[in-house]
Design a protein around this ligand. Structure first.
Ligand SMILES: [Zn+2]
Length: 123
């Protein structure tokens, strides 16, 4: 399935979860419906004090509608860490990072190898 974009409402939700979790990190997985990333599942127990949250993603079951992952960087740095680059390839193709201050510019999308990915925001 080719991913064509992400729902505006979902992106807003991710930014809101980031805001509410701050200064802790959250992590979860993204699912697509007909090529649009439209669902997010917060992984239980992932909101922790640091990058270790993302380690939970290693335990995700296989899911054919899995589009990728989303997590927050409370420090506001919108680029993948070394830990991120090790779990990205295991959880799909598109990986969102949202960061402080969690406004509509406070997110980036990356491919599993860490290259920036263009992702259209759709209504
Ligand atoms: Zn990260």
């Amino acid at each position: 399935m080719t991913i064509r974009g992400i729902r505006r409402a979902l992106l807003d939700l991710l930014l809101e979860i980031g805001r509410e979790s701050h200064p802790r990190e959250f992590a979860g997985v993204l699912r697509e419906e007909e090529g649009i990333i439209s669902e997010f599942s917060l992984l239980p127990g992932t909101v922790t004090g640091g990058e270790s949250a993302t380690l939970f993603l290693d335990m995700m079951p296989l899911d054919t509608h899995l589009a990728g992952s989303a997590h927050s960087h409370p420090n506001g740095v919108l680029s993948p860490s070394q830990a991120d680059l090790s779990f990205f390839p295991r959880t799909g193709r598109y990986h969102l990072i949202v960061g402080y201050p969690y406004d509509r510019e406070s997110w980036r999308c990356f491919y599993a190898d860490g290259r920036p990915a263009e992702l259209e925001v759709v209504a």
